[in-house]
Design a protein around this ligand. Structure first.
Ligand code: NJP
Length: 244
């Protein structure tokens, strides 16, 4: 029976690239996100290249929907908590608290709920893996990023606490913290579609990471032997290496 990998935020960027990578590594992948058309297209693409995939439309902030999704799964060997992102780029004094709440919901409560709901599905394996895609923003700060850094610091703390609490269990907890990655999140999501503003903020990083750079690292970390826990990997574009 194939090992099953559940990937949140699989409709684009790092999540989609990770799903392709884990499918190539022999996992049956379960794709989660809100944009069903994208999930279906990725499911078909993976199936056409000989992999096994299915999808489930899911908003990770919806507690009831997360519980219902968990009931559809027989087993879970790998959970990649990747869904997340930033909203707005205003300085703290002008920031909208509603945006901060939404960022906390998707980056912290989402992975918390999904992990709690899927943990009982780990009982079929002696090598369960939880991956969390945090950020270099999870340990540093940058101007205009107060809400995102606050949320990603929370996600970093969630991941470390989980690793500590699951230390005696057959579960590895891996944190991957990327710097700037060329995805939709990187380009437009956090700037409400304002490309000029996005370009200005990212002008200092001419050669960002690709989603595949991050996905390859996730697959490598997941496929280490079961006694090897890759605690935390930080990946940055070379041009960002000296920043927060
Ligand atoms: O961005 P993008 P990335 N429920 O926009 C999903 C972190 N990161 O790949 O629901 C369920 O292509 C959304 O799907 P949909 C970042 O914080 C990035 O770069 O269909 N899913 C989409 O698949 C995030 O944790 C950079 O809209 C939800 C996915 O999330 C992770 O990398 C730097 C959802 C976002 O894909 C992947 O982001 C860094 C919800 N409520 C950390 N809300 C970077 N790109 O520079 C969103 O340090 N999604």
């Amino acid at each position: 029976m194939s090992r099953v990998a559940v990937i949140s935020g699989a409709s684009s960027g790092i999540g989609a690239a990770t799903a392709r990578g884990l499918a190539r590594a022999g996992y049956e992948v379960v794709l989660l996100a809100r944009r069903e058309d994208r999930l279906k297209a990725l499911r078909d693409e993976i199936a056409e290249s000989g992999g096994q995939a299915r999808y489930h439309r899911l908003d990770v902030t919806d507690a009831e929907a997360v519980r219902e999704f968990a009931q559809t799964l027989d087993r879970c060997d790998v959970l990649v908590n990747n869904a997340g992102g930033a909203l707005g780029a205003d300085p703290v004094l002008n920031a909208d608290p509603a945006d901060w709440r939404k960022m906390y919901e998707v980056n912290v409560i989402g992975p918390l709920q999904l992990t709690q709901a899927l943990a009982p599905k780990f009982r079929h394996t002696d090598d369960a893996v939880i991956v969390v895609i945090t950020s270099t923003a999870g340990t540093g700060v940058y101007e205009g990023g107060g809400g995102y850094t606050a949320a990603k610091h929370g996600e970093h703390a969630l991941t470390g606490t989980l690793r500590l609490e699951l230390c005696g269990e057959p579960v590895r907890v891996i944190e991957i913290a990327p710097g700037m990655v060329a995805t939709e999140e990187f380009s437009l999501n956090r700037f409400g579609g304002d490309q000029a503003r996005a370009d200005a903020v990212y002008a200092g990083v001419p050669d960002p990471l690709s989603a595949d750079d991050v996905a390859e690292t996730v697959v490598w970390a997941v496929t280490r032997p079961r006694h090897v826990n890759v605690d935390l990997l930080v990946l940055r574009p070379r041009a960002q290496a000296a920043q927060h």
